[in-house]
Ligand binder design. Structure first.
Ligand SMILES: *Cc1c(COP(=O)(O)O)cnc(C)c1O
Length: 570
């Protein structure tokens, strides 16, 4: 194999991997992400930069972001546009390419951001932008709103991302890309653009005109969605209207008269994977006939370690920033150092909520965190299934503080109701049980929360949590997970060692909200609250195990190495 890991400076034509993602979340200032998928993309690219993996990334510029969440007096989520100054962060490139939508030429320009790795290696991100002079007003808005409203709008965005993305990286001079990685199906049209280029005009047999094998050899597809309804698909009428006869052999990529973006990815990739072991199995059941592997997600350790934990690791595990595997040596850090560091992180999140929401949260009280997209299957209200039981635990065994956060998708009415319910409950807080809902959950607030609470709770309905990554972020800071055995937690959970499980242990065993809530309360009462208040020694020992066992493994450095070996150059 040709040298893959590169020296610090490389030419454009030495970039070998093109990573496509509808959203990329690097930090709270560049609001081109909505949640887990985008932050995973950002963390992946940061690890590519740290490890000199010659990657270029492609995404949309999302000038109005996803949305800014406000919660009104009644507890309803209000969505405001985000405004941000692109040119404070990104550098406009001097190339313009075109795509065709409804027969019209739509011009696309690009902005660049360089991620700088720990040893100075850069990974560029190319942000595609249709706000170009000469485009109609409507077309200029295509790259405004991440996951904006309507199927038309979404398909236009995917045309720009997939087809425009390929044309743009070529125009910019990335001429030696050997691997195209689709982070979910939004960018699948890139395979069609590659396929079109293989057309043999002399071949009379239509089915042999295009060289699918050649495209497959270059493409890698990662699915993140364990339910069929979650996969992107478009009515054929819409596809024909927007794309004309652009897609060759279109019937092969249709399912129930819809162009299915996952199916395109599956058919035109040589390597397909789910994002945790269990999710690989679920995906194989969902798409029989395809060979689907799994690579378990990770997080970028230095992004998610809180500032005090970073200092501690710098002192006691030198080299951990380049080599997060060495977090296994956390076993040697003293319990006193772990606790002191944790208390510094805890103070930061409590200062934040106390200042902003005037809730008077106390650093000596057991604090539970729950934050992620607010949607039914994540069951953010499972903890409140039986308020009497929760109150009695808090009254009899020790006070509890709970910090919530998360946005609901603008069309997800149920998700918005869940937020409202929790906000209403938070108004009945007292000294034994305090609840706060922080507005506009983003990377900044996530960093405070996953470093500073005591327990990280997750209660999804199985098998809907493909991986989940926030629990991994918590692990970098020694925070104990208390979660349903789904996604990554099936791999990271060791009872009473790295945290605690909720609900059935066997993979196909069903359970109801009642049963899961019952176990949640039982473990809070019997294990978690008493251990926190009466057995700090063992609590801190668990924190140390969490860092050593889980942070050393569930990181994007390990993950990208697996992609290189199993997917990119296998
Ligand atoms: C990590 C993260 C998520 C994803 O959380 P999950 O628990 O994996 O669903 C969502 N939003 C933000 C801001 C995050 O940092």
């Amino acid at each position: 194999m040709e040298r893959l890991f590169s020296t610090n400076t490389i030419n454009l034509d030495q970039r070998k991997i093109a990573y496509f993602s509808m959203e990329i979340g690097l930090n709270a200032k560049i609001p081109t992400y909505s949640g887990g998928l985008g932050i995973l993309a950002g963390d992946t690219l940061k690890s590519c930069a740290d490890q000199h993996v010659p990657t270029v990334a492609i995404t949309l510029v999302s000038r109005k972001g996803y949305f800014h969440q406000r919660i009104n007096e009644e507890g309803y989520q209000i969505e405001d546009d985000v405004s941000w100054s692109l040119d404070d962060f990104l550098e406009l490139q001097d190339k313009i390419i075109s795509v065709y939508i409804e027969g019209r030429e739509v011009k696309v320009q690009a902005w660049k951001y360089n991620i700088k790795g720990v040893k100075g290696f850069h990974v560029p991100i190319i942000y595609l932008d249709t706000d170009v002079e000469g485009n109609s007003d409507e077309d200029r808005r295509i790259t405004d709103k991440l996951y904006g409203p309507g199927q038309d709008y979404r398909l236009k965005q995917e045309i720009v991302l997939g087809i425009g993305g390929i044309r743009m990286i070529e125009a910019l001079g990335y001429s030696n890309i050997q691997v195209y990685h689709m982070n979910e199906g939004h960018s699948s049209l890139l395979t069609i653009e590659l396929l079109k280029r293989t057309e043999n005009h002399d071949e009379p047999d239509h089915s042999k005109k295009f060289d699918k094998a050649l495209v497959r050899k270059k493409c890698v597809f990662t699915t993140h969605t364990p339910v069929p309804a979650g996969h992107d698909q478009f009515d054929m009428e819409l596809v024909r209207r927007l794309l004309g006869d652009y897609v060759p052999c279109i019937d092969e990529f249709c399912h129930e008269d819809k162009l299915n973006m996952t199916l395109i990815g599956l058919k035109l990739s040589h390597y397909i994977n789910g994002v945790a072991k269990r999710h690989g199995e679920v995906s194989r059941d969902m798409f029989p006939g395809y060979s689907i592997d799994s690579i378990t997600n990770g997080v970028h350790s230095t992004t998610w370690a809180g500032p005090s934990f970073k200092d501690l690791f710098d002192k006691q595990i030198p080299g951990w920033r380049c080599d997060p595997y060495s977090l296994r040596y956390a076993l040697r850090i003293s319990k006193a150092d772990i606790w002191e560091t944790h208390m510094l992180e805890k103070r930061r999140i409590l200062d934040y909520v106390n200042e902003k929401y005037n809730v008077g949260m106390d650093k000596d009280i057991l604090t539970i965190g729950f934050a992620r997209r607010a949607t039914s299957y994540k069951r953010p209200n499972l903890l409140f299934h039986d308020m009497n039981r929760l109150w009695s635990i808090a009254n009899e065994l020790g006070p509890i503080q709970i910090i919530f956060g998360g946005k609901a998708h603008p069309n997800d009415g149920e998700g918005k109701n869940l937020i409202k319910q929790i906000v209403e409950l938070s108004r009945h807080s007292n000294d034994r049980l305090k609840i706060v809902y922080i507005e506009n959950y983003d990377i900044y607030k996530a960093k405070l929360m996953v470093a500073g609470v005591d327990v990280w709770l997750n209660t999804p309905l199985r098998p809907r949590e493909a991986s989940g990554t926030s629990g991994m972020k918590a692990s970098v800071n020694g925070i104990l997970n208390f979660s349903v055995l789904d996604g990554w937690w099936l791999e990271g959970h060791v009872e009473d060692v790295t945290g605690w499980s909720i609900g059935p242990k066997k993979k196909n065993e069903e359970s109801s909200n009642e049963q899961d809530a019952d176990e949640l309360y039982r473990k809070l009462r019997e294990k978690i609250v008493p251990r926190y208040y009466d057995d700090k020694d063992n609590w801190i020992r668990m924190m140390r195990h969490t860092i050593a066992f889980n942070a050393s493994f569930f990181n994007t450095n390990r993950m990208i190495q697996q992609y290189i070996l199993n997917a990119y150059f296998n």
